[in-house]
Design a protein around this ligand. Sequence first.
Ligand SMILES: [Zn+2]
Length: 474
Amino acid sequence: MPFLKPMQFLGIGIFCLSIGSTKSFSQQASTNSLVIQHVNVITMNDSNSVIPNASVYIAHHQIVSINGAYPKNATVVDGKGKWLMPGLIDMHVHTPTDAGPFGPKYPTQAATLFFDLQDQMLLYIANGVTTIFELSARAEHFGQRNEMAKGAVIGPRMALAAMIDGGTGQGRKVNTPEDGRQAVRSAKAEGYEFIKVYAYLNPATYFAIIEESQKQGLKVIGHIPDSFKGKLKEAFVPGFGMVAHAEELSNYAKDYSEIEAQQMASLLKQNGTWLSPTLITMESIAAQVKSLAPLKALPSLAYVHPLLQSKWLTANKYNKMSSPENIAHFEQYTQFNLQLVRACAAAGVPIVAGTDAGTSGVIAGFSMPDELALLVKAGLSPQAAIASATKLPAQWLGMDKQVGSIEKGKLADLILLDDNPLNDIQNMSKIAGVFVNGQWVEKNKLQKMLQNLAAKNHATKDQYDWKTITSPKK
Ligand SMILES: [Zn+2]
């Protein structure tokens, strides 16, 4: 039976209209001089130390000191009984960008469908996600990143990977090693920091892309192209830095056995390849193949742009595949994915948290606590699950001097929690507030903005029928 990969359904550049925004972050307290008092600090430093009842002083976007001196006029945030941890890094997202027009265009015509960036980024911030890794980055994402860098929008830091595919696939399409190498050099020249390889590359081109990426100092993450069918091992060449989904391996399973999972884990281990399993993606897809009722009932669906809600609920390609065979097939994938995570963890393969947010049913930000819970379900300790979304991805992205742990001199991307996530990973949802680049945004503010967004989405939903918008009458 054909297995359809999540990305095949994503489509590059999903669409929406913009109508005002939830902007109001600019009224937040100044980013200067802030002290969190009496807080338990989950440092995620090299020794994983937890510092009880500490004061953390933040100024100019940075952690200036822990239990050090701070000015008397610093704004005080009471951390008594609370837990401070590093902001989360989602290693696999797809943020929609402005798009359209659909149908005939004329040369000077710009996009006709606009996403409000603050509305999109609020979902990450509200869940403590302060860095995202965009895995099919386009020119528009540089613009989005700049909006956040200049403070017009509060949102996560963005790392950008250019997607390179083959055949009639997605993104930059190359089918010869020469073209593959040139695509890498072009991507680097355009400012991309990472390369994502995709499903329809032929082996020779895939090898050339990875080799050229190494030469150019770009790390490679991606899918294992279908052209490696029957020869999975050959895809593991030096420089293939990270597998982007557990099902990239599950695709190659024959009997879904423990031994098979271990063999796959050892391929990654021997090659120094990391794994971003995106368990929530397959979990969500499997659920959608079965029924759309759970997605419809998801409270956080209200925060998704109405056009995407319409797409997910009326043109859901996973649900269209619904059959007893497919339901069983996807169930098996979710189970084997958990086994793979266990096997990889046992083999010492670094595992990082990614959600594939933007894929049908996978909601930006809100899918992150779900992913962490699934990693724990797979067998990781809460500590290891948190490391998978903080210090480990920071290391892979080359940002570990800036983010990923709470240490003097690091950027102040932090989450304040009401309860200890090391005891129970479900406590990741008990957010009292988030520090985004040193800016304190408390729970009430986040909740109010989410409510406003849900109301706005609801009020405008009639304008966003997926079919009418994406297939206009000529
Ligand atoms: Zn993806």
